[in-house]
Write a protein that binds this ligand. Sequence first.
Ligand SMILES: [Zn+2]
Length: 322
Amino acid sequence: MIYPWLQQDWLQLAGYIDQQRIPQALLISARSGMGALDMSKFFAASLLCHSPGQDSQPCGHCRGCTLYQAKTHPDYIFIEPEQAGKAIGIAVIRQLIDSLALKPQFSGRRVVLINGADALNNAAANAFLKCLEEPAERTSIILLAEQPAKLPATIRSRCQMLTVAQAKTEDALAWLSSQNVTDALPLLEIAQGSPLLALKYGKENTLQCWHEYHDNWLKVAHGKADIVILAEQWSKQEQVSLSVLLSWLSQWTADLIKLANNPDYVVSYKMGLQELLKKLDLKQVFQFYDMLLRSVKLQDSQLNKQLLLEQILIDWSTLNKA
Ligand SMILES: [Zn+2]
């Protein structure tokens, strides 16, 4: 199924089928929680369908569709990291290369979908390049990545690109309301505009958690929290992963900067931020923001969560003392 905010993107994909200009390699970049994986699977199903219907949607009852739905289509290969945050290693790609050396089993198209393509490690990415340099017969490769910049340029340059844009707020809110989500607007805000993430947050009662974190973040700024204890609590909290926490911290800092540049900037937790802005040196806030973004990139290799959080909180506290 195609979510309302993905209609334009779907039209582009459907257009490839309509016009019989199906790319050998397609790189779809989208933030998590946008529903791009569902859309990519739907596209894969359409490519495997023998007679796609209106808007190139899979017919749902041909042999290709039946096998795809039963997850037994011999010409469909799906790859993703074994675990979130883990890399895709070379063994999986070697296996893929071996499979692609054979002809597709049916007369139609073969489809490879790699979810989390930005998780290919260096060796795997280098090996994978071969699949693009020497395209296999009647085969389309779809790569889905949150951070396509992590992929080598040699891979990116060989793919057609589709970048999924941020969902329009009204589309996202209408959809969330159709899913019976209350507090849709603040949930969408903390999910940074990703509707499926907002839905998940709603189910997991993340909003309350978010408020606690935000309050503590402000307490640190006002010198009213014990940084070591807080860093320890945050690093042990299971409901909020390090990557989510770093994204929240980055968002609060980005909001500070936006608010400094535009006092009319709308954000529901504006009051606390406005107060901080009175004494903050914006240049230092920018430096702090850069440091947070670097931490986001380094988090996979960061072994000591607590130490990282402690350093961030110390920097944040020092910034507010200046
Ligand atoms: Zn079909």
